[in-house]
Design a protein around this ligand. Structure first.
Ligand code: TPP
Length: 642
C-alpha cells in the first residue's frame, strides 16, 4: 500500500446541480460555490501538472487551467439534467487532459493520489485522453481538429441529447473543424462548442502569426449561432453558455480570456501552454495557501531517466537531432545571398517550431520563413507548391504522427513533381509521454507512390553527425524527401576503435546501407533503435557471438550489394521503433526472399498501444537493448538446433 497523500483536499469540491432550463441567473450561493470549485480545481491542475514538468515527464497546464469555469458550469448541467446531455466533457484539444483526470477523481473513478503520477509510464495517466486506459475517461483525443466531426456523428446517434465539446482557438485552425461546422449547421445538430479563445497556441499568439483569423467570424461564416464572452466573468459566462445550450441546434460559445489567468508572470504568455515548473506554480499555490502542495513540489519530485545509463558502442553525450535539423538547415541557407535564398527556398511550420527545430531557421533567416499555424494538410501543399518549379525547395515540418493526416497531399505533391523536404520529428515512440495518438509509427505512409513516379526517399539518421551529412547531401536534390528524427536525444554511434562512426571522413550516399559491425548474422536497424542494437551487439560480442549490425538510413530503397552480403548470413533481425505492421520489418523479409535469400528472419518494433512515460516506451515495445539481446540469443539457439 502506498502512503502517498494528494496534498490538496479535493473533498472540498461541492458537486452542484444547476438546471439551465430553470436557472436564468446564478444565485449568490451558486456563484459562491462555483467560484470555490473553480479555485480548487485550478489549484489542483497547476499543482499536479507542475509535478509532470519537474519530474521530466512534461505536460500541459494552461489550457486545462483556463477551461475550468466552463467545465464546472457544464458539470452542474450534466448533474442536474442527465436526461438532456451526453454527459462527457469531450475536448478537441486533448493536451488539456489534466481536466479529464481531475474530473475522473471528482467523480470517484480514481483516488486523488493517482494525479501525482500524471504522464508517468504505466500509471495510466498518459499525455492525452485514451479510451480504455484511464478509469473514468470516456473518449480519446489529442490530434487537433479530429473531435468535432466525430461529435457530429455522436449527435446524430443521440438525437434527443445535447453534445458539448470544449474547443480551442488552436484546434479551430484545422480544416476538419471547418468541415464539421458546415455539417453541424446543415444538419442542425445539437453540438455545442465551448471554445477557449485565449489567443495562444504553442508557437505564439494567433492574432500575431495568423493575421485575419477570427474564431467568431469564421464560425459565423459557416452559419453557426455564435456568442462571445469574457471567461473570467462568471455571471456572463453562465448566461452565455446557458443561451448556447438552450438554442436549437449547433452553437459556439467563444470564451475570451488571457492564457492562465491569475498565474503571476505567466498569464497571457504562450509559455503557459506547456506545464508550469514548480517554481512557476508556487506563487499561485501560495496565494491559495496550499502549503503542503508547495512542500511536495519542493521536496518530493524527482527527475526520471532511463534506468540503463551506459550503452556500449555509443558516446555518453546525447544530441537532439530534431533541434539540430533547424541549425543544419539554417547553415545551408545562410550560405546563400538573401536574394538567392528568397527565390529558392520557403520554410513553413505548423505551430511546432520549438519542437521540430524550425525556430532556429525562424530566427536566422526570417526572410524565407512562414508561421503556418495548425494546418498540416494545407501547409504541406503550400511547401510543395513553392517547390513545384525546378531549383526551388519547399521545406515543411511537424510531428511524424501527423504524417498520417497528409497521405493524399503527399500523393498530389508527387503528381506535381514538387521538390519538398519534410522534417518529421517525434518519429517512433521514444520519450513520447504524449502517448499513442502522438506516436510517429506509420512513416512509410509517405512512400505511397508507384515505382516510376517522381522520386520519394525516406531518411532516418542515427545520430547528429549522420543527420548533418544526410541533410547537406539531399537538401538541393529534386523530389520528395522525408527526414525523420526522434523526440529523444540520441548518442553518437562509435566505431570499433571508439571514434565517431559518422565523424570526419564520412560521406552519406542515399540508398546505401552501412555496416556498423561485421558478423555472421545481422541486425538491421536505424534511428534511435540503432544505438540500442549496438549495445546488444557489443554485449553479445563480449560473450563470443559475432553479430553484425547494419544501419539503414534510407528506409525505402533496397541496397542490392548489402542484400548480397547479408543474404547468406545465418539470420537477419530487423529492429525498429516504428510500427511492426507498416515498418521496415514487413518489407525487408520479402526483399530477401525475392532475391532468393532465406536467412532465419524476424523483426521487432512497436506493436502495442503506449503505456505512457518517456524512456519507458522502448522497454514496453520490446526494442530496448536487453530485448534485442534476448531475441538474438533466441535466434542463435534456434539456428544451433537445426
Ligand atoms: C493535428 C495536430 N497538430 C498539431 C498538434 C500539436 N499541438 C498540440 S497542442 C497545440 C496548440 C494548441 O493550441 P490550443 O488548442 O489553442 O491550446 P492552448 O494553447 O490554449 O492550450 C499543437 C499545435 C496536435 N496535437 N494535433
Amino acid at each position: 500500500m502506498s502512503n502517498e497523500v494528494f496534498p490538496i483536499d479535493l473533498s472540498k469540491f461541492k458537486p452542484l446541480s444547476i438546471d439551465p432550463w430553470i436557472v436564468k441567473k446564478l444565485s449568490v450561493k451558486q456563484k459562491e460555490d462555483l467560484t470555490a470549485n473553480i479555485k480548487l480545481c485550478r489549484t489542483a491542475i497547476a499543482f499536479f501538472t507542475a509535478i509532470g514538468k519537474d519530474s521530466g515527464y512534461g505536460g500541459h497546464t494552461g489550457g486545462a487551467f483556463d477551461t475550468v469555469p466552463e467545465v464546472m458550469i457544464l458539470d452542474s448541467f450534466f448533474r442536474a439534467r442527465p436526461d438532456k446531455f451526453v454527459p462527457i466533457f469531450f475536448d478537441e484539444a486533448g493536451h488539456r487532459v489534466a481536466t479529464q483526470y481531475l474530473m475522473s477523481v471528482l467523480y470517484g473513478h480514481m483516488e486523488p493520489e493517482a494525479l501525482l503520477h500524471y504522464r508517468v509510464g504505466h500509471k495510466k495517466l498518459p499525455g492525452h485522453p485514451e479510451l480504455g486506459m484511464t478509469p473514468g475517461v470516456k473518449f480519446s483525443s489529442g490530434r487537433l481538429g479530429h473531435m468535432w466531426p466525430m461529435l457530429n456523428g455522436v449527435a446524430m446517434a443521440n438525437k434527443e441529447k445535447i453534445v458539448c465539446c470544449l474547443g480551442s482557438d488552436g484546434s479551430q485552425q484545422e480544416g476538419n473543424s471547418a468541415e464539421a461546422a458546415r455539417l453541424s449547421v446543415a444538419q442542425n445538430l445539437n453540438v455545442k462548442m465551448i471554445i477557449d479563445d485565449n489567443d495562444v497556441t504553442i508557437a505564439g499568439h494567433p492574432s500575431e502569426y495568423m493575421k485575419g483569423y477570427s474564431v467568431k467570424s469564421t464560425l459565423q461564416g459557416h452559419g453557426l449561432w455564435v456568442t462571445e464572452v469574457n471567461g473570467e466573468e462568471l455571471d456572463d459566462l453562465y448566461a452565455n453558455i446557458r443561451r448556447g445550450i438552450l438554442c436549437e441546434g449547433p452553437c459556439a460559445v467563444i470564451i475570451k480570456r488571457p492564457m492562465a489567468p491569475g498565474i503571476p508572470g505567466i498569464e497571457g504568455t504562450h509559455h503557459a501552454h506547456d506545464a508550469l515548473t514548480g517554481q512557476q506554480a508556487i506563487p499561485y499555490l501560495e496565494a491559495s495557501n496550499c502549503n503542503k502542495a508547495i512542500e511536495y513540489l519542493k521536496t518530493k519530485v524527482k527527475k526520471t531517466s532511463d534506468p540503463q545509463k551506459d550503452y556500449l558502442g555509443s558516446s555518453g553525450k546525447r544530441d537532439s537531432n530534431r533541434k539540430a535539423f533547424g541549425k543544419i538547415v539554417s547553415n545551408i541557407l545562410l550560405r546563400l545571398s538573401p536574394e538567392d535564398r528568397q527565390s529558392k527556398v520557403m520554410v513553413i511550420d505548423c505551430d511546432l517550431e520549438g519542437s521540430t527545430g524550425l525556430n532556429t531557421i525562424h530566427k536566422s533567416v526570417p526572410d524565407v520563413y512562414t508561421m503556418g499555424g495548425i494546418m498540416e494538410r494545407g501547409n504541406l501543399l503550400t511547401a510543395a507548391g513553392f517547390g513545384m518549379q525546378p531549383g526551388k525547395q519547399g521545406i515543411y515540418s511537424t510531428f511524424a504522427a501527423f504524417l498520417e493526416m497528409c497521405c493524399s497531399e503527399i500523393t498530389m505533391a508527387r503528381l506535381n513533381n514538387c521538390n519538398l523536404l519534410c522534417h518529421y520529428s517525434h518519429s517512433g515512440v521514444d520519450d513520447m509521454a504524449d502517448n499513442t495518438c502522438h506516436f510517429g509509427l506509420n512513416i512509410f505512409f509517405a512512400d505511397n507512390g508507384l515505382l516510376n513516379q517522381y522520386d520519394t526517399k525516406l531518411y532516418f539518421p542515427a545520430d547528429l553527425d549522420q543527420l548533418t551529412a544526410v541533410t547537406e547531401k539531399i537538401f538541393w536534390q529534386p523530389g520528395l524527401r522525408f527526414i525523420f528524427t526522434t523526440r529523444s536525444k540520441v548518442p553518437a554511434i562509435l566505431d570499433e576503435s571508439g571514434k565517431p562512426f559518422y565523424g570526419k571522413g564520412y560521406s552519406f550516399t542515399p540508398g546505401k546501407d552501412e555496416i556498423v559491425r561485421k558478423g555472421k548474422g545481422y541486425i538491421v536497424s536505424f534511428g534511435d533503435a540503432l544505438y540500442r542494437c549496438l549495445d546488444a551487439v557489443e554485449r553479445l560480442k563480449n560473450e563470443g557471438h559475432e553479430v553484425g549490425l547494419i544501419n539503414k538510413p534510407t528506409l525505402n530503397v533496397v541496397d542490392e550489394e548489402m542484400m548480397k552480403q547479408i543474404g547468406h548470413s545465418s539470420f537477419v533481425l530487423v529492429v525498429e521503433s516504428i510500427s511492426i505492421k507498416n515498418g521496415l520489418g514487413v518489407r525487408f523479409g520479402s526483399w530477401l526472399l525475392e532475391r532468393g535469400y532465406c536467412p532465419k528472419y524476424a523483426h521487432i518494433g512497436s506493436h502495442q498501444e503506449g503505456s505512457g512515460g518517456l524512456w519507458e516506451h522502448a522497454y514496453h515495445q520490446g526494442f530496448d537493448s536487453t530485448s534485442v539481446y534476448n531475441k538474438v540469443k533466441q535466434m542463435i539457439t534456434t539456428i544451433a538446433k537445426l
